[in-house]
Design a protein around this ligand. Sequence first.
Ligand code: ADP
Ligand code: MG
Length: 291
Amino acid sequence: ATPAAIMTGTGRAAELGVLFRKGEALQTLRDVALIAFDKTGTVTLGKPQLTDFVTAPKAKKDKVLALVASVEALSEHPLARALVEAAKAQGLAVSPCSKFVSVPGMGVSGVVGKKKIAVGAARYMDSLRFDAGIFAAEASRLSAEGKTPLYAAVDGAVAALLCVADAVKPTSADAIAALHDMGVASAMITGDAEKPAQAIAARVGIDRVIAGVLPDGKVESLKRLRQDKKIAFVGDGVNDAPALAAADAGIAIGAGADVAIEAADVVLMSGDLAKVPAALAISRATMRNIA
Ligand code: ADP
Ligand code: MG
């Protein structure tokens, strides 16, 4: 690749809002056979909302939601924001929380008043040895709709199922279709549970799903997908940084976390996934001209 061609290519990309941080990334991207996407904030808007809330027979809904919000108020996770906002919308007060613990990829816990609260994924309840069986059927049904089931335990008993849903970005499906037309396969790597992940992937046409991945497992998942092909990874979050660095081409969303942008080879100035096939097209055109 001549420096002049690379400059022209990166210049054209920049006009479209695609920043190549390194010239070589133009070349790497051309050879990519598969692109893996993070789910939340990448394929979806990253603005989850509480959609369903079911409590155990003796639990008081308002009380449970207030307790949940009091713990989640200390978490930075997008799911936490959804729960706190839902409580506020109901006019519920957030109380002080002590002994706050955040377990990445699992959930959070803390003490509010005299009650011990834990909120998180099914595997978090499992790890605490709390039985969420009473909500199994309901969670399964809602998961199939692409909703993420969360459980709230009060003093060791699972008291509620809270489902949170995050809409897919309007252009995600077209972007994936464009990549497929260009002969590039797609995959999704997410910490979310299998069922909601599969439902979201199906909605946008993503071929393969690796779900239930703990934050430090994204690189391992990427290696499993890579085998002997070149692969790109698109992500926005703090826990996407290692995968962005490990991929042949790391593509970060500009509105994402600073560490994600720093780890990436390419930065998309908007969160619009249409920029991914656009970047690929420019890399191919540039390399064709100089081959
Ligand atoms: P993602 O790939 O969607 O960013 P994470 O690794 O951040 O996934 O989280 C994986 C799962 O862990 C979430 O889907 C959720 O079930 C649970 N979880 C993580 N943080 C929280 C939290 N603050 N409150 C409730 N659940 C959480
Ligand atoms: Mg994300």
